[in-house]
Design a protein around this ligand. Structure first.
Ligand code: GLU
Length: 487
């Protein structure tokens, strides 16, 4: 068997969206799982859609995602050039197109725009379809040559018979057979000399020895035409895997408008590249067990493309957030701290031990920007309502809280050691003395020092970070607040 070779073949038309990333990832995994090569090919034959800087985004994205290519424009593997506009200059596409003309599988077409516009369009399933009427197929050889010699503008079209059927095989969809009469004589070489994507992908996949092609199922309807090209050349076609659509929660196609981000947007929103890659791997693929967390190496080991599913995958940002949270929880603390620090510094200007705070939030957030909501009170106690002191389960009321705070204030003023352990012992001592339940005391203290219903740590952990002066000041302020509001 020949070496597995896959390619990611993006058109440099903008950002790399989730669907593109999934195709790239599956191509990467298929190659690496089989010990093969993963190649990058830039498909820039549609000069009108070319976007400046898009190629750099592709490189950056693959690198951040850890999907390193073995071959590409920046890494020669003997199958270059790896950019289609450069390949074109070698004459490869035109030469192959001419070979098809010789074989009667393609023909020159000199129809001008006016004539093309006069060909009637049909409406099939709500879509306007124009099939070229083979007008130029009947031109004699001399006529064609005379036109070429006169410098007349031309395209080269694929010659698809009106009778018979074409069958191709897709790994997910099985054998698909279509009537040839439904296939348009598509353009292979455009009037500007560039090949169409439709032609270039076949020539390139063959000449670059690609064994598996993964792409979105929007290409499924063109696949029979590609199959006819392979057959016409007498080439073996690669294994095709057309991936089902990725939809949003409402089962609509993912789009930028519905707020669905590119890979780089997701990173900007605070997602980790590893988590995004892990999540995207599961958009249409699942392992034998129900495992969900995979490193890229584990995906390489376990990825079996026969387990890709045909049903549409739903991009669920809630699930992605959960997964990202799992990655943060599992992350080494020092690495987490480096990443969390800028977010902490943004909110906390006072001189607190940021490492301790980072340690408190590590297991509580899903994405790094969540940090802000968890730590804002360190800087200043927010406005809050005294009703927050009432907690059913803890059996506290604003009145009971005021009493506890007033009794504890002198002890906390006297206390020298403000470590979590010492403070905890102090509060437990008081709890025991009074015969209270723990929460009856912890709840008011925690509320007083944070002004928040939820905090990343318990009362004494927070006080340890705040230190004596600030903790005491906050408890004093809480007492004043309650006294003024309870009259
Ligand atoms: N250049 C095509 C795209 O970006 C590639 C499709 C394919 O993988 O064949 O959609």
């Amino acid at each position: 068997m020949s070496k597995v070779r896959t390619r990611y073949a993006p058109s440099p038309t903008g950002k790399m969206h989730v669907g593109n990333l999934r195709s790239a990832l599956y191509e990467f995994l298929i190659a690496k799982h089989a010990g093969g090569d993963f190649m990058l090919r830039i498909e820039d034959t549609d000069q009108e859609r070319y976007v400046e800087g898009a190629t750099e985004i592709i490189y950056r994205t693959l690198e951040k995602a850890g999907m390193f290519h073995d071959e590409g424009p920046d890494k020669d593997g003997g199958f270059g050039p790896y950019v289609q506009s450069e390949r074109m200059k070698t004459g490869i596409y035109l030469n192959y197109a001419k070979e098809l003309v010789e074989k009667g599988e393609a023909y020159y077409c000199f129809c001008d725009r006016k004539r093309l516009e006069s060909i009637k369009t049909e409406v099939v399933e709500g879509k306007e379809i124009t099939m070229y009427d083979k007008h130029c197929l009947s031109l004699g050889k001399e006529e064609v040559e005379a036109n070429l010699a006169a410098g007349k503008s031309y395209v080269i079209r694929q010659n698809i018979p009106n009778e018979g059927v074409t069958t191709f095989h897709d790994e997910l969809y099985g054998d698909i057979t279509v009537e040839n009469a439904e296939l348009d004589d598509m353009i292979l070489i455009k009037s500007d000399g560039y090949p169409t994507y439709n032609f270039a992908n076949v020539v390139d996949d063959h000449t670059m020895h690609i064994t598996h092609v993964v792409r979105g199922n929007e290409y499924l309807s063109s696949a029979p035409k590609y199959q006819r090209l392979y057959d016409a050349f007498g080439w073996e076609s690669p294994v095709y895997i057309h991936l089902p659509l990725i939809t949003d929660e409402n089962h609509k196609k993912l789009s930028k408008r519905s707020g669905h981000a590119s890979f780089e947007d997701l990173l900007e929103q605070g997602f980790l590249p590893e988590a995004v890659v892990n999540y995207i791997a599961l958009l249409g693929w699942s392992p034998e067990d129900n495992r969900e967390i995979f490193t890229l190496e584990e995906l390489v080991r376990d990825f079996d493309y026969h387990r890709i599913s045909k049903s549409p995958a739903v991009f669920d940002i809630v699930k992605l957030k959960w997964m990202n949270g799992e990655y943060l929880k599992a992350m080494d603390f020092d690495q987490f701290y480096e990443m969390a620090k800028p977010y902490l510094e943004e909110i906390i200007k006072k001189e607190y031990d940021l490492k301790k705070i980072a340690n408190m939030v590590k297991t509580r957030i899903e994405v790094l920007p969540d940090i802000a909501d968890h730590v804002d009170f360190f800087e200043a106690v927010p406005e809050y309502d005294s009703s927050m002191y009432a907690h059913k389960k803890m059996k506290t009321t604003p009145e009971s809280s005021l009493e506890v705070l007033k009794e504890l204030l002198p002890r906390l003023e006297e206390q020298g050691d403000y470590s979590n352990d010492a403070l905890y012992a102090l509060l437990c001592e008081y709890v025991k003395e009074k015969g209270y339940k723990n929460g009856y005391v912890m709840w008011p203290i925690r509320t007083a020092v944070s002004g928040k219903q939820m905090t990343p740590g318990g009362a004494t952990e927070l006080m340890e970070v705040l230190g004596k002066e600030e903790s005491v000041a906050r408890i004093q302020a809480a007492i004043e607040k309650l006294e003024s509001e309870l009259v």
